[in-house]
Ligand binder design. Sequence first.
Ligand code: NAP
Length: 518
Amino acid sequence: MIPDKKSMSDNNYVQFCEILPEKFGIEPFTMVIFGGTGDLSKRKLLPTLYHLCYDQNLPDEFSIIGFASSERSDEEYREIAKEAIEDFGKDPIRKKCWEKFRKNLFYVYGKFDDENSYRKLSQRLGEVTKTTKKGTREIIYYMAVPPQFLPDIMERLSFCNLCKGMFNTRLIVEKPFGQDRASAADLNRLIAKAFDESQIYRIDHYLGKETVQNILFFRFANSIFEPLWNRRYIDHVQITVAETIGIEDRARFYEKAGVVRDIVQNHMMQLLALVAMEPPIGFEADFIRNEKVKVYRTIRSMDEEYIDKCTVRGQYGAGTSTGKEVAGYRNEKDTSPDSNTPTFFAGKFYIDNWRWADVPFYLRTGKRLKKRVTEISIHFKQPPLRLFSTTCEIREPNLLVLGVQPYEEISMHIGVKHPGIGNQLYPVNMDFNYERDLQGDVHFPLPYERLLLDCMKGDQTLFARQDGIEAMWSVVDPIIKRWENTPAPEFPNYSAGTWGPEKANDLIQTDGRRWRIW
Ligand SMILES: NC(=O)c1ccc[n+]([C@@H]2O[C@H](COP(=O)([O-])OP(=O)(O)OC[C@H]3O[C@@H](n4cnc5c(N)ncnc54)[C@H](OP(=O)(O)O)[C@@H]3O)[C@@H](O)[C@H]2O)c1
């Protein structure tokens, strides 16, 4: 167990090791939220910025400007922000902090395609942005807007000289980054006309989760696992991202996206890369991102025959989810009654490099599955010699589980002798659970807290790079294309509240393995 804060101060043997603490500091800045009154702004950005202010993580001098098309005053925007923080923030608003936060909130109304609006913005930036000690003025543009608006915004920002020169700027871009590799490359080219890669922060909130970041720490800060982390000792790897929710009110987005674009292309590829990458030569953004890109590029490409054999698609029908009767996908609001959109994916991937040759990575994700769980399980090989003859046909091999949600934990499954006169092998777990074991005053930052702070500090480690985004699309593009070209006559093929289509079990059982169940 990890000692709590009190015992930490009593004993000086517990040492926190900061990574590059001296390198990053937050300078006074202005954040312009394009789409500052939209859903993302209300649910995530404004509450997160407020909490960063409350936790005293923001510098004394900062400004936030909401930019949207409806006409309203600063005061009216402040009321919108207050309501959003009350509705979606994690703690009630505190008067003193709110007073500080509100006076730094501003609003500019204008149309994304109207140059005059950018002139107004430029003037406002000049008025509210404080100068840093170095004499620079730091601006962060957050693109909290549907992607079709990006060309207008990039063009106008550039035309009005708001990208480089007058200010030091950074750009945060939300997912989705394109619909496929070609459109992602177009988007990257478009953004690159206005901003350098070192200014661009492509956000995937998954990478802001503590347990996802911990994968790197766990692998590369402990010497005992790395020697085993390869084809010699690992039989296979499973990555599961299971959701119990359906598509909620996102049909317009989801009908076009489907599960591969929504989850596999970004979240699952990121998890896969963190598990499979080689040790980076340092903990700096580009060293880590270089290694991730290498993983995507070494994933075995899939032809149609392979896709038909080694991937499984599904779409949920009606069923019972978390104790409630729920509708099937095709009966959700705004979906087509004969929709071909997949809500479930399972697939077997190979990484053709020295470390992972012939080790299958089984990936599975879906909506309306039986349980909400995200985890990576590393399944080790059986010992080479069966010294202990048992009555069990299959003995559980060693298993290492990295739990991302809902339980943020690491657990190692091992076999021990059961106490007694006989010789019985008994499976036990050695585990670490963040919530249980990090007792005391430990703060778990929400993903957006971490990522916004990183951007303010100028740390790109947890943001995707242009080549990474395109390489991830290259992995999944053939699957999307194959599935879109061959409609699934069997949809819906799993009931809500189950583990997905039976074919997903066949996929792994044909190889003599099975999905880990909970
Ligand atoms: N919502 C989420 O939780 C979430 C999560 C992850 C990623 N994302 C991504 O975040 C992005 C934004 O999503 P969202 O759900 O927040 O969108 P949204 O609710 O539709 O918000 C759009 C915003 O843009 C403004 N706007 C629209 N047209 C405009 C125009 N022509 N000129 C100026 N302002 C205009 C709107 O303000 P007015 O109404 O005043 O025009 C509003 O503030 C999307 O890329 C989405 O995929 C969203």
